[in-house]
Design a protein around this ligand. Structure first.
Ligand code: S3P
Length: 178
């Protein structure tokens, strides 16, 4: 089983990823804490601010590439992996599940301290613009899309886990989206 969960900050990638990994008894890889650990900083937000976005993205891409070499697992990368085109190639052979969450739901779901902990959410106008620019990319990379609106993470994980797409092999070519 090889699944990567993509989506905007606050869409539930980590929570749903853990639940799916438990269900299938396979490894869950969350790239944000790995980034924090490798930079020696307490949080991924501090790593982002300290490194600057381009060094942060380079580190994130290399951790993603390593993670995608596994034979199985559930990967929950940061919401920004779709900003690096080259990352798409690492995901070949993985089911790419987009957790769709409207911006208003993200805002309502994350506490103000959780928003402040994410440098890219600190300014509302730029966060909205970022959301709008990323939405089409999430959709173009995704092989499957699930809505998280009004649903508990357990329900979302159960829906993903019981959907027949998991019975077919993930697309191995970059053009086989959707
Ligand atoms: C980011 C998302 C964050 C974290 C960093 C940048 C982004 O992860 O990697 O703050 O660019 O969307 P989550 O999506 O897990 O919040």
């Amino acid at each position: 089983m090889r699944i990567v969960l993509i989506g905007f900050m606050g869409s539930g990638k980590t929570t749903v990823g853990r639940l799916l990994a438990d269900r299938f008894a396979i490894t869950h890889i969350d790239t944000d804490p790995i980034i924090a650990e490798r930079t020696g900083l307490p949080t991924v937000g501090e790593a982002f601010s300290h490194l600057g976005e381009s060094a942060f993205r380079a580190l994130e891409s290399s951790i993603l590439a390593e993670s995608c070499r596994r034979d199985s697992g559930i990967i929950s990368p940061g919401g920004g992996i779709v900003t690096v085109n080259g990352n798409r190639a690492h995901l070949a052979g993985w089911h790419i599940v987009y957790l769709h969450t409207p911006f208003a739901v993200v805002e309502a779901r994350l506490s103000s301290s959780e928003q402040q902990a994410r440098p890219l959410l600190r300014n509302r106008d730029t966060a909205v613009a970022l959301y709008d620019s990323r939405l089409p990319i999430y959709r173009s990379w995704a092989t499957h899309e699930f809505s998280t609106v009004g649903r508990h993470p357990e329900e979302i994980a159960a829906e993903i886990a019981t959907t027949p797409f998991l019975l077919s092999p993930p697309p191995s070519s970059l053009t086989a989206n959707r």
